[in-house]
Design a protein. Structure first.
Length: 94
């Protein structure tokens, strides 16, 4: 009768080879990430420099538009329906 061993028999050489291949693959993947990422960053910088209006100025303009729209909406809300010519009529009293 054979005695059952609770752990499998492992050889060191295939495990070491696998670990080395994983390490080499990780280094190659990291190199690819660096090359691709640096190209993407350079292309984005060039694209931004070629814009007529820089993104920061466009963001400031859009923020000013949003503030003006919010202010106009708040003023209209405070003023109420006015002369009643707005669509939907007046709201019933609360």
């Amino acid at each position: 009768m054979q005695t059952a061993n609770s752990w499998p028999q492992l050889r060191a050489r295939p495990l070491i080879t696998g670990a080395v291949l994983i390490g080499v693959g990780g280094m190659v993947a990291l190199a690819g990430l660096i090359v691709g990422g640096s190209h993407l960053i350079a292309a984005t910088r060039k694209w931004v420099q070629e814009m007529e209006v820089p993104p920061s100025d466009m963001a400031k303009a859009k923020w000013a538009q949003a503030r003006a729209a919010a202010s106009a909406g708040a003023s209209a809300w405070r003023a109420g329906p006015g002369d009643g010519s707005a669509s939907g009529g007046e709201l019933p009293p609360a």
